[in-house]
Design a protein around this ligand. Structure first.
Ligand SMILES: NC(=O)c1ccc[n+]([C@@H]2O[C@H](COP(=O)([O-])OP(=O)(O)OC[C@H]3O[C@@H](n4cnc5c(N)ncnc54)[C@H](OP(=O)(O)O)[C@@H]3O)[C@@H](O)[C@H]2O)c1
Ligand SMILES: [Zn+2]
Length: 327
């Protein structure tokens, strides 16, 4: 599966945050629509069921993915999915490297934290009586890389299109909360792991953030959702039959750094490992908080999925700290 899928939010928003009124967009901006078509054509687009109903037909020259909780829903000319992770894996399989999130409010809210890029059309108008709003977003987490303003033409209002890149998603450089780097060498379990982690700390980057993962991690990505990606542990516990890691897509250290939706996706992964990987016995263990106490070797939230191996006589132990259990 493609771990490099870029998730791109594209939306038009009024000065008071409105994106819809009575199930429709409250403006007519043909030049913005042209720009929307130019950016999205050739790539999969994801929309909520209500936005699909508002448009009324699939957008041409794009794979149209419609998200609903209704397993029976049919949408002519579209692919219907019932979870965000299903949408992401489907979009990955299309191989264009991009998934455009085209609304509405509920979908934007669900993905904005894990989106990489945003094309935001700020429409120069205040809309009264709007009933669909763009979600809250934290401007300092985004870097503006481009903007242009359009006034006049056949457009009902002037507007500015901003291209923003999510910087908060990736912590390339830093020392981690321990002050020594993102890896905790005391918790490395063999010399290969220790040496790799020493190099990572010298480089000063978080090994689980964004593209950094590929620098040291050679295992395949088994599942990628909006909040987690699932892979094999590079240094599995010797007594485990299978040892997988689910890694938060955004840099997180405390549990409260993650949105509650990440919890629901955790259960999707749990279903995936049972149904798709056939793991029907084991434990799911998440470490959180201070790595000097929780036993983690990387200070970026992840959880372990451990399947025991009945063939091996050694016990499968998940250490939280290095203290030996008292007898
Ligand atoms: N200005 C813009 O750029 C822009 C762009 C797009 C849309 N809009 C406007 O936004 C408004 C629509 O937004 P909306 O928030 O009301 O609806 P929406 O986001 O388009 O669709 C919501 C529906 O999506 C499905 N859904 C949402 N989260 C899901 C999840 N995690 N798993 C499975 N299904 C999920 C549910 O469908 P079911 O109910 O079928 O289960 C839900 O009712 C309209 O006014 C539209 O014109 C504006
Ligand atoms: Zn990180």
């Amino acid at each position: 599966m493609d771990a490099d899928l870029e998730i791109i939010v594209i939306a038009a928003v009024s000065k008071n945050g409105v994106i819809g009124k009575g199930g429709k967009m409250p403006w007519h901006l043909p030049d913005d629509l042209k720009n929307f078509a130019k950016l999205t054509k050739g790539h999969p687009v994801l929309m909520g069921r209500k936005t699909f109903e508002s448009i009324g037909h699939p957008l041409p020259q794009r794979d149209n993915i419609v998200l609903t909780r209704d397993k029976e829903l049919k949408a002519l000319g579209c692919i219907v999915v019932t979870s965000l992770s299903e949408a992401i894996s489907l979009a990955s399989s299309k191989g264009t490297g991009k998934l455009f999130i085209i609304g509405g409010a509920e979908i934007y809210k669900a993905v904005i934290q894990s989106a990489n890029v945003m094309f935001l059309t700020e429409v120069d108008v205040e809309i009264d009586g709007g009933d669909a709003f763009f979600p809250e977003w934290n401007e300092p987490d985004w870097e503006e890389v481009d903007r242009f303003t359009q006034i006049g033409g056949n457009n009902q209002f002037g507007f500015t299109v901003r291209e923003l890149h999510h910087v908060q998603n990736i912590k390339p450089i830093g020392t981690g909360s321990s002050g020594n780097g993102f890896c905790n060498l005391d918790n490395a379990r063999n010399s290969d792991q220790q040496e790799t982690m020493r190099r990572i700390n010298e480089g000063g980057y978080c090994p689980f953030c964004g593209d950094n993962l590929q620098k040291n991690h050679s295992k395949p990505i088994l599942f990628k959702g909006a909040h987690w990606l699932l892979t094999e542990n590079q240094w599995p516990y010797p007594a485990a039959k299978r040892h997988l890691l689910a890694i938060s897509i955004v840099h997180a250290e405390k549990l409260a750094d993650l949105p509650v939706e990440a919890g629901a996706e955790l259960m999707e992964i749990a279903h995936y490992i049972e149904k798709e990987l056939g793991i029907n016995c084991g434990a799911i263990c998440m470490r959180f908080g201070n790595p000097s106490g929780n036993g983690a070797s990387v200070n970026h939230l992840h959880f372990h999925i451990l399947e025991p191996d009945p063939e091996k006589s050694d016990p499968l132990i998940f250490w939280i700290d290095r203290k030996k259990p008292s007898s």
